[in-house]
Design a protein around this ligand. Structure first.
Ligand SMILES: [Zn+2]
Ligand SMILES: [Zn+2]
Length: 357
């Protein structure tokens, strides 16, 4: 029997005891699956037909961060540390989403997608973390080595149902963990964290497909509303979330790793923009790009497409560099920093001149 938790209202709820999942968790609507032949086609394309520029030819510019700088930063600052790893300072406390610090998003550290850039700060240098928010159990979101190291300096870990059980099995203190089903929420330090729906799947190996839930998160602070998409295809849930919790001051929406061969688990940039509009977002910050090569598109394509679409539809967008400080209340548009490694790929060039083009 499939199990999805659907409480009618999002009140404060205690830690949810996960129900046994036999077939696994399911999406609001069934997803189109590639099937055996489709999967073989995907594998063939991955190994033999991969375009050249799915990884950067030059180095990605990173703002290095220090603990002192973070401690002195104003409230409601945000830093992109990579992929979907965002560091936020909310009411003086630090929060991290999907912390990935390892060299590879893979079960192995000798093969699999290798990161394009170093994180702007190491786990050891990070200040104490009030909480970690996890979206789902995939290697590019739940990094085993990182979560074990971070757990020691973290007070709370919020996960979708079932993901927390995995953390407990890995030895993380169960008292730190709160597991929420869709539309359930918890309050910490005056901020409400709601596990909102997403359309995706989960699993780390061959035998655990969909055994843990996936979610997006709506973070409702006393002053600002923030949305974090996790991984998701486009679905009607964005409109529901927007109606219930919008308008959002900032939406962090996945924009990358898309492909027509898997249309329902990740969004094309047009859909990411529509999701932001459905959520009634004020400013969109595209995530899930710029760190790992997980599809067949060029590594910079998500940035170029979403920036162009945002311009066409008059949507405010923010593309900060890795480690660059962002004011969540008034995010900067940001430079087209991906032009630097692109320019560097063909000739030696300075960061300044690449960004001036
Ligand atoms: Zn995923
Ligand atoms: Zn992902």
């Amino acid at each position: 029997m499939a199990y999805v938790s659907y409480p009618s209202n999002a009140q404060q709820l205690p830690t949810v005891t996960p129900q046994p999942a036999i077939e696994g968790f399911v999406n609001q609507a069934p997803m189109r699956e590639p099937g055996l032949l489709g999967n073989l086609k995907i594998m063939w394309k991955f190994f033999f037909d991969k375009p050249r520029d799915t990884v950067p030819g030059g180095s990605i510019p990173v703002f290095e961060l220090t603990k002192e700088q973070l401690l002195a930063a104003p409230d409601y600052s945000l830093y992109r540390l990579g992929h979907s790893t965002m560091l936020m300072k909310l009411q003086g406390e630090f929060w991290l989403t999907d912390p990935v610090f390892s060299e590879r998003a893979s079960p192995f550290q000798w093969m699999g997608p290798k990161r394009f850039h170093q994180p702007p700060i190491s786990i050891a240098d990070l200040p104490p973390i009030k909480g970690i928010i996890l979206s789902h159990d995939h290697y590019d979101h739940l990094d085993y080595a990182a979560i074990l190291q971070l757990a020691k300096k973290t007070e709370h870990i919020l996960t979708p149902t079932g993901v927390g059980d995995r953390l407990i099995k890995w030895g993380i203190d169960a008292d730190k963990i709160q597991q929420l089903g869709w539309w359930q929420s918890t309050w910490i330090n005056g901020t409400q964290f709601v596990a909102t729906p997403a359309q995706h799947f989960s699993g780390r190996g061959l035998h655990d497909r969909d055994q843990t839930l996936w979610a997006s998160w709506s973070i409702l602070t006393p002053e600002l509303k923030i949305f974090f998409s996790g991984d998701t295809g486009y679905f009607k849930g964005f409109k529901e979330i927007g109606d219930k919790y919008g308008p959002f001051d900032l939406t962090m929406v996945e924009t990358g790793a898309y492909n027509k061969m898997w249309p329902d688990v990740h969004m094309q940039p047009e859909q990411s923009l529509q999701a932001h509009i459905d959520l009634r977002g004020k400013v969109m910050l595209p995530i899930h790009n710029g760190t790992f090569d997980l599809s067949m598109h060029s590594w910079y394509e998500p940035f170029e497409r979403i920036v162009e679409l945002a311009k066409q539809h008059d949507v405010r967008i923010s593309t900060p560099q890795m480690g660059e400080e962002v004011d969540i209340a008034e995010p900067q548009t940001g430079k087209r920093w991906w032009l630097f490694p692109m320019a560097q790929a063909s000739k030696p060039v300075s960061l300044q001149s690449a960004l001036a083009e």
